[in-house]
Design a binder for this molecule. Structure first.
Ligand code: HEM
Length: 417
């Protein structure tokens, strides 16, 4: 790799201060070193792309491969999409680790089963789940919104959608909880949870093959394209990526989104009165703005240069890893007016929170559905919801790709039983 200059005023990356508020450092990078080579905490060297125009171009550049075999240190970079357990070969063949033509084939097949219509039909169930979860803590007057709400909602939602029977969903909740801790749990806990989930999914897929239902797993098994079907391994990897791509991201949308609303009282009041008046416009633009302002995915997943190329005038060598920093691009003043201001009514908002190009988020309609239901229901049912701690005491969860809070303690007037 070619060295890029590291001036004395360059902010330090990947510290705790940075994790809590990376935006000033990203502003510096955008201005002074928009395509910047850095050493990540894991020791791997990668290029960070921080300007909106470069980011959008890089996300769509087919010379940047998603396949970790293109990295010149594959043993380091393999399994770095942030999805636990993906080093297991049978779970590796998923959308975020492959390129066309395999990606095109798998995405087309999954898109036949995971349709916007299926998601729209799921809306009443998402509302029911949202209300049930709020019922569980509403009489207490306090809650940890991450643990009690943002975390269980997406896991139950995706389990229902996939066709995991209700009586098994708490097992999923436990396994997912272990995985999201990024190794912070008991020794071997993550590996054990991945193994259990993998075994469970393989068995479920086998069962659904013999006795299909109206769920997404049965849809994945049934989906065919020019006579081609997913193999059982591919279907298991697909169910796993849907679970993981759709889990921590949505936890963080609800967590970061609620936090942003609670710390921007004027915007929150506008949204609350608009929802009370039965309007949806501000809720819809508002959730997009929350994704732009402090989105769940800080950096897009790993990409690797398959040939020498240039991004924003910076030469990148074949084999170099590239990380597109969505959080930096979405605050670029060259693209967004007053980018550091939260404006829920922003309409010129083509943010990169869901990515761009062929890997654009497949679950965006489900994420929007869950995000809108979660925020609207919280603000309606707990109208005086407030932070129960000083914002300075809140901590972010570690990890390169995702951006989210560990806990979000809140207080409110308890609802009557
Ligand atoms: C607010 C919540 C979400 C956000 C912010 C989000 C964000 C993203 C982003 C940025 C990417 C592209 C990554 C890259 O190019 O490196 C992506 C891809 C993907 N997302 Fe989401 N996501 C969310 C929710 C979901 C949900 C609910 C699901 C499914 C249940 C899902 C499934 C996927 C899949 C399967 C991909 C890979 C698509 C491909 O490679 O073709 N996501 N998501």
């Amino acid at each position: 790799m070619t060295e890029s200059p590291a001036p004395a005023d360059m902010p330090e990356l990947f510290t705790w201060e940075f994790a809590n508020d990376p935006y000033p450092a990203y502003a510096w990078l955008r201005e002074h070193a928009p395509v910047h080579r850095t050493t990540l905490p894991s020791g791997v060297e990668a290029w960070l792309v921080t300007r909106y125009a470069d980011a959008r171009q890089a996300l769509a550049d087919q010379r940047l491969s998603k396949n970790p075999d293109h990295h010149d240190e594959p043993s380091h970079a393999k399994g770095k999409t942030g999805i636990p357990g993906e080093r297991k070969a049978e779970l590796m063949t998923h959308l975020l680790n492959i390129d066309p033509p395999d990606h095109t084939r798998l995405r087309r097949l999954v898109s036949k089963a995971f349709t916007p219509r299926r998601v729209a039909e799921f809306a009443p169930r998402v509302q029911e789940l949202t209300d049930d979860l709020i019922d569980r803590f509403a009489t207490k007057g306090e809650a940890d919104l991450i643990h009690d709400f943002a975390f269980p909602l997406p896991i139950y939602a995706i389990c229902d959608l996939l066709g995991v029977p209700r009586e098994d969903q708490d097992d999923f909740r436990d396994w997912a909880g272990m995985m999201i801790r990024h190794g912070g749990g008991p020794r071997g806990g993550v590996a054990r949870s991945v193994k259990k989930m993998r075994g469970y999914l393989a068995e479920l897929i086998h069962r659904k093959r013999n006795d299909p239902g109206d769920d997404l797993i049965s849809g994945l098994i049934r989906a065919s394209d020019h006579g081609e079907h997913l193999t059982e391994n591919e279907a298991a990897a697909m169910a796993f990526i849907l679970l993981f791509a759709g889990f921590e991201t949505t936890v963080n949308l609800i967590g970061n989104g609620t936090y942003a609303l609670l710390t921007h009282p004027e915007q929150r009041a506008r949204l609350q009165s608009s929802i009370a008046a039965g309007e949806r416009d501000l809720l819809e633009t508002g959730v997009e703005e929350l994704l732009r302002f402090d989105g769940p995915v800080e950096m897009a997943t790993w990409r690797f240069a398959t040939e020498p190329l240039s991004i924003g005038g910076q030469d990148i060598a074949a084999g170099d890893p590239v990380l597109v920093v969505l959080a930096a691009a979405d605050r670029d003043p060259a693209r967004f007016a007053e980018p550091d201001t939260l404006d829920l009514s922003r309409t010129d908002n083509q943010h990169l929170g869901y990515g761009h190009g062929i890997h654009y988020c497949l679950g965006a309609p489900l994420a929007r559905l869950e995000g809108q239901a979660a925020l609207a229901t919280l603000l309606t049912r707990l109208p005086d919801l407030r932070l129960a701690v000083d914002p300075a005491d809140l901590r972010r969860r570690g990890g390169l790709i995702m951006r989210g809070l560990r806990t979000l303690p809140v207080a409110f007037t308890p609802l009557e039983r």
